[in-house]
Design a protein around this ligand. Structure first.
Ligand SMILES: Nc1nc2c(ncn2[C@@H]2O[C@H](COP(=O)(O)OP(=O)(O)O[C@H]3O[C@H](CO)[C@@H](O)[C@H](O)[C@@H]3O)[C@@H](O)[C@H]2O)c(=O)[nH]1
Length: 321
């Protein structure tokens, strides 16, 4: 079997490649990379995966990659994934996420292939929910509260539309917060871990700068997420959409306190008003029963282990810089 992973240089894509190599060694892995993308996350995979240069914004490049890789399965994990950036660069976010996904699906059609295709939507599509609307089911209304969320609604709906109109075997996931080693520095728990590691190393003073600590998130480990995505294309139903998420619900402040508990020196924190958003999604708790029933998946790694590993990752990066 041949798989193509877009976003293979990112956190989730690189962990998915690790998972496939570790559990399904007969599978041939192809990855889509932009020429300017840093490849630190997949440096250890050199010689074990085949990389293809291309860009989601460039249909011609994607058709060429599809014809070369001829995947049986496509995991589409590349995206502009940071909510805050989407407020300053909404058109760029829409272009990468909506047009880019459309280009990818068109490339599959132009190459005359029939793979199962994972389209990575997001919990953000549900927007702000009220207390009586959790846990969030796939049938909850979509109320996107950021340009990023709008882009994920667009991506999600285009994947449904290509299934309905052309029979493309798209399966959509709406993943709730997932993190771990290789997480981009900008996200809440990752910037906290990075700042703690810098304070420990004497590279910056206390306090850790934070935004809204009252938001509620259900945390999953990225390695559990990678396993979930593999199972999705093994056992899921084309045309369907699935919520995926962890078991443990925490406030962002509680996540910060867990990280502080691992620190080797006292850590203080202070709110930086620049880290507060024009609109924030403050409550995200998923109902993942549809996905669990379809695949048998359940999360295995507790948030404490995830956050310890994330802090270790940030310490390691800082010690090498
Ligand atoms: N980034 C950031 N967020 C902070 C901070 N302090 C508090 N927060 C709060 O922490 C929450 C989480 O923010 P992010 O970590 O940026 O993630 P997100 O907006 O929930 O989006 C992530 O999860 C989605 C669902 O899986 C993904 O779709 C998205 O790409 C991203 O990974 C938000 O309520 C945000 O206001 C901070 O210093 N930085």
């Amino acid at each position: 079997m041949r798989v193509l992973i877009t976003g293979i240089t990112g956190m989730v894509g690189s962990h998915l490649a690790d998972y496939i190599l570790g559990h399904h060694p007969g599978v041939e892995i192809h990855g889509l990379v932009r020429w300017r993308s840093p490849i630190d996350n997949i440096a250890h995979l050199t010689g074990r995966v085949t990389l293809h240069q291309g860009d989601l914004r460039d249909l011609t490049s994607l058709i060429t990659v599809m014809k070369a890789a001829r995947p049986d399965r496509v995991f589409h994990l590349a995206a502009q994934s940071y909510v805050v950036t989407s407020f300053t660069a909404p058109a760029d976010t829409l272009h990468t996420n909506v047009i880019g996904t459309t280009n990818l699906m068109d490339a599959v059609r132009w190459a005359d292939l029939d793979p199962r295709i994972h389209i990575c939507s997001s919990s953000e599509v549900y927007g702000q929910v009220t207390a009586d609307e959790v846990p969030i089911r796939e049938t909850n209304p979509l109320r996107p509260a950021s340009p990023y969320a709008v882009s994920k609604v667009g991506e999600d709906m285009m994947a449904l539309q290509y299934f309905l109109s052309y029979g493309l075997k798209t399966l959509r996931t709406r993943m709730f917060t997932h993190t771990g080693p290789r997480r981009g520095d900008v996200f809440a728990e990752s910037t906290f871990a990075k700042q703690i590691a810098e304070i420990e190393a004497g590279r910056r003073p206390n306090p850790v700068q934070v935004g809204n600590l009252d938001s509620v998130r259900t945390l999953a480990d990225v390695r559990d997420a990678a396993r979930a995505y593999w199972l999705l294309l093994e056992k899921g139903t084309p045309g369907e959409v699935y919520n995926i998420g962890g078991d443990r619900t925490l406030t962002v402040g509680e996540i910060l306190e867990i990280l502080k508990g691992f620190a080797t020196c006292p850590i203080e924190h202070a709110v930086d008003p620049a880290r507060l958003r024009p609109s924030d999604v403050t409550l995200q708790i998923p109902d993942t029963s549809r996905f669990r029933e379809a695949t048998g998946w359940c999360p295995e790694i507790p948030p404490e282990d995830t956050l310890r590993d994330l802090l270790a990752y940030q310490r390691n990066r800082i010690s090498r810089s």
